[in-house]
Write a protein that binds this ligand. Structure first.
Ligand SMILES: *Cc1c(COP(=O)(O)O)cnc(C)c1O
Length: 358
């Protein structure tokens, strides 16, 4: 049977798969609006966000929500600071370039741990906001939120967090860390189909955004979205089916508790990290999200291992791009995966290494 050890789409829960299996309903109804209010409430609860926060549902993958956030909140009169430690950090830089928003980036080499020293020279009180992909999914590094939150407070900056691959994988707390924008997507920690993303804004950033008064997009205009969300609706047809899945997932989380979901991810990650030490692979030692584990082979066999696992065993893991593509794979621990499933994966990797199919 096929299993996804991938960060998104990920191995879905049975309840969610069942909820996909019915006709997509019409959505300009009271019932749909109520569902949207429930989703919005659960989103704020699971983010530990204040209920004054603004929830913007978008029918887009995560990158769409990143672009919408950057373009709705900032202009060429702002200056942003971006933590650029991989593919997703770079994407924030590219977005700012495309939209002519000035920025500086803190560029990290592979394996370099973000620390206070990296930030000191930017403590100049000249930046509007700091943009960070808290879990840089391309490497697995989880940045220190205490450090970033303190830095933003001291330097009077908004804190904008792409939490796409840390939300519902690690602890995440909007109120505690004064996070002004959080971006999440349906297909990562929520383990639903791709297609829906949410942006959650603090009242403070929402006020700032309104003063900018410059919607450059029709589709992504936050003012329109927020006006419609007052009655549980969206300006344009949303991915209704994905919202139904999210509704199911949030009902599950309401029943089981967020702690139990987080604990499951953590146990899977710890089991995998302990067990894989038996093999001739290494795990980078920077701070990591529980969402996934990067593994490095001593030889350029990662692509072969990736193919072997899914073709021979039906086990899908994440390959990597860039300089480490030949040596690195990423194993996700989210979704409906057990310790036994992880054991099966380790057996698969062991078999591959024994055959050493280079
Ligand atoms: C997955 C992901 C995204 C969004 O990627 P899409 O392909 O647009 O869904 C953005 N940021 C991070 C950190 C991610 O892990």
């Amino acid at each position: 049977m096929t299993k996804l050890f991938t960060i998104g789409p990920s191995q879905m829960y049975d309840e969610v798969i069942e909820s996909r299996n019915s006709m997509v309903p019409y959505f300009r109804t009271q019932e749909f609006s109520e569902m949207m209010f429930f989703i919005s409430d659960m989103l704020l609860n699971t983010l530990n966000a204040d209920h004054e926060s603004k929830v913007i549902p978008l029918t887009a993958s995560g990158t769409g929500a990143m672009e919408a956030t950057v373009t709705n909140c900032f202009t060429n009169k702002d200056k942003l600071l971006i933590i650029n430690g991989g593919t997703f950090g770079k994407r924030f830089c590219q977005l700012c370039e495309k939209h002519y928003i000035p920025y500086d980036s803190v560029d990290l080499a592979f394996g370099e741990v973000l620390s206070t020293e990296h930030l000191i020279r930017y403590a100049t009180n000249t930046y509007t906001a700091l943009l960070v992909n808290l879990h840089e999914t391309s490497t697995g590094q989880l940045y220190n939120i205490d450090l970033l939150s303190e830095f933003c407070k001291t330097n009077n900056m908004f804190l904008v967090v792409d939490a796409i691959s840390t939300y519902l994988c690690d602890d995440y707390n909007v109120s505690k860390y004064n996070i002004d924008a959080t971006i999440v997507s349906s297909q990562k920690g929520l383990c639903c189909s791709p297609g829906i993303s949410f942006v959650v804004l603090s009242p403070r950033l929402d006020e700032y955004r309104k003063k900018q008064n410059k919607a450059i997009y029709q589709y992504f205009d936050f003012s329109d979205c927020l006006m419609d969300m007052q009655r549980g609706q969206t300006p344009y047809t949303p991915a209704v089916g994905v919202l139904l899945e999210i509704n199911t997932m949030f009902r599950k989380i309401k029943n089981d508790g967020k702690a139990s979901l987080l604990n499951r991810v953590k146990c899977n990650a710890e089991f995998f990290r302990n067990s894989i030490t038996r093999l001739n692979v290494s795990i980078p030692d920077y701070p990591k999200s529980y969402a996934l584990t990067p593994i490095l082979f001593s030889k350029p066999i990662a692509k072969n291992c990736f193919s072997y696992l899914y073709k021979e065993k039906g086990l899908y893991v994440n390959p990597c791009g860039g300089d480490f593509g030949d040596r690195m794979l990423r194993i996700a621990h989210i979704g409906n995966l057990s310790i036994a499933d992880h054991d099966e994966l380790i057996c698969g990797i062991t078999e591959f290494l024994q055959g050493d199919i280079v």
